[in-house]
Design a protein around this ligand. Structure first.
Ligand code: NAD
Length: 466
């Protein structure tokens, strides 16, 4: 495989060390990736700091034009980027194509947002004008499940607003991100976009760096708490997109076959490694057996294979640690309920077949904790109030779904869920122009849309006398 470099101050540089990147479908090393040390981290922050005055001083149209060139290049190199993403992340190639093409689309959409000065109020004394100005150096930290989409919801608004960026991908999926970093570097002035790679050891130095003004972080709730603690002494701005334990509530009037298909896809997409995946389903007792039977059949039919294989629907878990964790959670679930599926494949690679866990109670770990794998616990309820209370009985509050023929009833249920997003009879309907964010310990702040852009700015209110 071709070589990979860190991007620091407009240059492609070798890491202080290298580390292997593993294909999770074969467990073979596919590339040696540069790994930065703290000196290189400091150099990246210094470059971003030095580039900030000129970059933030450009008209927004010029910054926008640079970003759109990156989207153009991503689209022109769709095939190469998608193959690289499948090789390091594991997802089926058609899903990798969706991620790259979708990310280019999001990049273009976000680059076309604007930050106009606006009059908030005007009377005979004068007017209040709202202005937005950039913060400085932004640290963008991303996980391994959607390495490119999650990077490209952060970087375009940060840069469009006039900030400069030091990005850090997850250590197990750095390669496609480094290619995209090269593109930002090619189309933007030196130092505006920098990327370093670590082995899970530089995150805290980056977030705590005194010259980093804002941290935009996507990852687990546990790490999100560390990020918040590390920025507290300087009161830096933060956006946190964290873990979820999203509930699906299935009402008594559904078609079990149709709803099972949607639940299955919502739970198993990306082998369940999605912050917004359906992680628990509460199904009315009158539909419980029918829905569980359909889900079990779908689990039996699912095609789990290496992402490059034609027809593969689900790839491996992305890394060994996650594979071990999910296997352990499935084994534990068998003591609390009936597990259907969930077998590993007798070959190299971190493959786990989709699992449905039925007749399980609310206290089981697979229900209480985010599994982040291809496992769906299905719980029975008789009273809707009880299902809603159980769905809300968690520290997490990312998203949720409600499934019902009666949309008015579904909307009433949605209005009682303590989460940042709820979809009715659909799942993960995400639009780059609509801001989203988690409730409770699932996050803080918003990404996408105008609010997502404004999170990378400071609001300045100016009074202008009449
Ligand atoms: P993680 O928290 O372990 O790692 C995320 C990133 O943080 C990685 O780049 C990692 O190197 C870095 N990191 C590690 N320690 C750090 C520290 N002390 N300071 C700063 N950065 C540090 O998460 P993960 O296992 O890579 O990702 C899975 C988790 O991410 C799941 O919980 C999932 O729900 C969540 N997630 C949330 C969203 C969302 O939008 N809410 C999206 C995708 C994933």
């Amino acid at each position: 495989m071709d070589s990979f470099h860190l991007v620091i101050d407009g240059k492609l540089v070798d890491g202080a060390q290298t580390m292997p990147v593993i294909n999770p479908a074969t467990e073979a090393s596919i590339a040696h990736c540069p790994r930065a040390d703290e000196v290189q981290l400091n150099a990246a922050v210094a470059a971003a700091k030095a580039a900030f005055p000129a970059w933030s001083g450009l008209p927004i149209e010029e910054r926008r034009a640079g970003l759109i060139k990156v989207a153009d290049e991503m689209e022109a190199r769709l095939d190469e980027l998608s193959r690289l993403l499948t090789a390091e992340q594991g997802k089926p190639l058609d899903k990798a194509v969706e991620e790259i093409a979708g990310s280019a689309f999001i990049l273009r959409a976000l680059a076309n947002l604007d930050l106009p000065e606006r009059t908030v109020q005007e009377d005979e004394k004068g007017r209040f004008v709202e202005q937005r100005y950039p913060l400085g150096v932004v640290a963008a930290i991303t996980p391994w499940n959607f390495p490119i989409s999650l990077l490209l919801v952060k970087v375009p608004p940060a840069l469009l607003a006039g900030n400069t960026v030091v990005a850090k991908p997850a250590p197990t999926t750095p390669l496609t991100s480094l290619r995209i970093a090269e593109m930002f570097n090619r189309h933007l002035p030196a130092g505006v976009f920098n990327m370093i790679v670590d082995a899970n050891d530089l995150g805290s130095a980056l977030t705590a760096h005194p010259d980093v003004a804002k941290v935009s972080f996507t990852g687990s709730t546990a790490t999100g708490k560390k990020v918040m603690a590390s920025v507290s002494s300087l009161l830096k701005r933060i956006t946190l997109e964290l873990g979820g334990n999203d509930a699906a509530i299935v009402l008594d009037d559904v078609d079990p076959k149709e709803v099972a298909k949607n639940l299955f896809e919502g739970a198993m997409v990306n082998s369940g490694q999605v912050c917004l995946a359906i992680k628990r389903a509460y199904v009315h007792a009158s539909q419980y057996d029918a829905v569980c039977d359909e889900l079990a059949e779908l689990a039996r039919l699912a095609v789990v294979d290496e992402g490059t294989q034609q027809g593969a629907q689900y790839g491996p878990l992305q890394n060994k640690a996650q594979y071990d964790k999910v296997r352990e959670m499935i084994a534990e679930a068998a003591d609390h309920g009936r597990v259907i599926g969930g077998e590993t494949l007798d070959r190299p690679g971190y493959f786990i077949r989709p699992a449905i866990v039925r007749d399980i109670d609310d206290d089981a770990r697979i229900v209480r904790e985010e599994q982040f794998g291809p496992v769906l616990p299905v719980l029975r309820y008789t009273e809707l109030d009880d299902a809603i209370a159980r769905a809300n009985d968690t520290d997490q509050g990312l998203g949720g779904t409600v499934w019902a023929k009666d949309k008015a009833r579904a909307l009433d249920v949605a209005g009682r869920l303590e989460t940042g997003m709820v979809w009715i009879n659909s799942h993960m309907n995400i639009n780059p122009f609509i801001s989203m964010g988690g409730a409770k310990q699932s996050g803080m702040g918003q990404e996408l849309g105008q609010s997502g852009l404004e999170e990378f700015t400071q609001r300045r209110l100016v009074f202008v006398p009449a």
